[in-house]
Design a protein around this ligand. Structure first.
Ligand SMILES: [Zn+2]
Ligand SMILES: [Zn+2]
Length: 285
């Protein structure tokens, strides 16, 4: 039997979950304690405290109520924090409320509306910032980053003793900077890469690539607000990421086909850094 969950090790992170375009997407990064989207209620994801929702389509939020229900079975878990586009968060809440009414059972959660540009602290030095994606309904992408302190560039090369003395004298020797860890952009036109070029510099970029060849026309792909590989190829030299995770593939392709098409069509220098988020063999879950 095929497992629902696919797991990819992408040092220093693990990306685990499921993603099939239009069917369900839910990806967990255990090292960061976050879940991107909840299109399918995976039991082992129910304990994740930060649930980050891209948009209100069923394949991205359809499993949320069931997931919160499973969380309720866990011992003494605080309500999950749910981050979602400000324009749809009330509708998502309504769905969850209707579900808890129907079940006569509370599904508590803490709701955090996110507009493009909004920034929240997830834990200690880890933050999330929303950015705009380009879909047929209101949608967000998210950049996860760490705030770190770095030695001021003008002090680089000075002996450690000298820096320590300056610090002792009360001089500010470091600047705060952002280390871009993981960006998540799904259900969007490729324009997202132009409008938010910093995601091309994120250590890991998780990006949708729903359509891969002529089985879907570029026109229809655009009409649905999705990325077609024909268009992604135009950006092939711009990805500075250590890893580019491609996901949300259409059912038009089997997992094996998706991998073969990407290997054939992507330039080698990019394919080497690409993780095809699909089961190794067999059908889609
Ligand atoms: Zn989708
Ligand atoms: Zn969608």
């Amino acid at each position: 039997m095929t497992s629902v969950v696919t797991t990819k090790k992408i040092a220093p992170y693990t990306i685990t979950g499921v993603s099939v375009g239009g069917v369900y997407t839910s990806l967990k990064i255990p090292e960061l304690g976050v879940l991107f989207d909840a299109g399918f209620p995976i039991r082992s994801f129910a304990g994740t405290d930060h649930i980050i929702i891209s948009h209100g389509h069923g394949d991205h939020v359809g499993g949320l109520g069931a997931l919160l229900g499973i969380r309720g079975l866990l011992h003494r878990k605080a309500p999950a924090k749910i981050y979602a586009p400000a324009k749809v968060i009330e509708s998502i809440k309504d769905v969850i409320l209707a579900m808890s009414k129907m079940q006569r059972h509370d599904l508590p959660a803490e709701w955090i509306p996110m507009n493009p540009g909004d920034e929240v602290q997830l834990k200690s030095d880890l933050y999330a910032r929303a950015f705009r994606t380009f879909h047929v309904v209101p949608s967000n992408g998210y950049q996860l980053f760490r705030k770190v302190r770095k030695l001021k560039p003008e002090l680089e090369g000075l002996p450690g003793r000298e820096i320590a003395e300056r610090r002792k004298r009360g001089e500010e020797v470091t600047n705060e900077s952002e280390r871009l860890e993981v960006a998540y952009a799904t259900d969007t036109l490729p324009r997202v890469l132009e409008k938010n070029p910093s995601i091309l510099k994120s250590r890991v970029l998780i990006l949708e690539c729903t359509f891969l060849n002529e089985k879907k026309s570029l026109k229809d792909s655009r009409a649905g607000g999705h990325i077609h590989l024909d268009e992604l190829l135009e950006y092939a030299d711009q990805f500075e990421n250590d890893h580019l995770v491609l996901m949300h593939f259409s059912l038009l392709y089997s997992p094996r086909e998706a991998r073969a098409i990407l290997e054939e069509r992507l330039p080698k220098h990019l394919f080497e850094r690409v993780t095809v988020f699909a089961p190794k063999s067999g059908p889609w879950p």
